[in-house]
Design a protein around this ligand. Structure first.
Ligand SMILES: NC(=O)c1ccc[n+]([C@@H]2O[C@H](COP(=O)([O-])OP(=O)(O)OC[C@H]3O[C@@H](n4cnc5c(N)ncnc54)[C@H](OP(=O)(O)O)[C@@H]3O)[C@@H](O)[C@H]2O)c1
Length: 169
């Protein structure tokens, strides 16, 4: 199964200036729980925004730049799992051979989400929807084909009202 994990605002905003729009501890925890132990696929810009590979997950970065390398795969004495691939399809092939491949996570950002949905590669969306317009410059694509609600949970964190939503087609 291929899924997406993303946090968006009411306008489907994803990010601004290559950063996230908000930092909500409950959303961070959810993201960690959903992705831990699974391969995650992300665009080069999202990787640079995070600044390092995430522990406990095979990180697969896609770029058209054949010279791109992950700067540092050593962390606290461990060698981290990171691959650089030239296309989304190639990234999915690597993910299929990685630990936790029963769920492969497309991790963003906007360009990669758009391609994955347009090519119909995604089975499930794990969305966090945060109420409000945070002035994004990068957006999540239209996901109106995902009509079936698998789970829904509303919460509040400080000034943020959010909904955890799990959708399939
Ligand atoms: N809210 C969330 O859940 C969430 C999640 C992730 C990211 N974000 C936000 O999203 C923003 C970044 O998204 P973005 O759309 O600007 O960039 P992105 O999708 O993260 O990365 C785009 C880059 O990925 C590479 N790429 C994309 N498609 C490719 C393909 N088919 N084959 C090979 N390489 C490909 C290209 O790298 P090269 O230019 O090197 O070729 C491209 O420039 C940031 O603001 C980030 O904080 C938000």
């Amino acid at each position: 199964m291929v899924s997406i994990v993303a946090a968006i605002d009411s306008k489907r905003g994803l990010g601004k200036n290559n950063q996230l729009l908000f930092k909500i501890p409950e959303d961070f925890e959810r993201m960690k729980k959903l992705t831990m132990g699974h391969p995650i696929i992300m665009g080069r810009r999202t990787f640079e925004s995070i600044g390092r590979v995430l522990l406990g997950r095979t990180n697969i970065i896609i770029t058209k730049n054949p010279e791109f390398q992950i700067p540092d795969l050593a962390f606290q004495g461990e060698t981290l799992e990171g691959y650089v691939m030239g296309s989304l399809e190639k990234a999915i092939e690597v993910a299929k051979k990685s630990p936790g491949s029963e769920e492969i996570i497309v991790f963003g950002g906007g360009q990669v989400f758009k391609e994955a949905l347009e090519k119909d590669l995604v089975d499930v969306l794990h969305l966090t929807i945060v109420e409000g317009d945070f002035g994004a410059d990068t957006f999540f694509p239209d996901y109106s084909k995902f009509k079936r609600v698998l789970s829904k949970h509303q919460g509040k964190s400080g000034e943020y009202n959010y909904t955890f939503l799990e959708l399939s087609k």
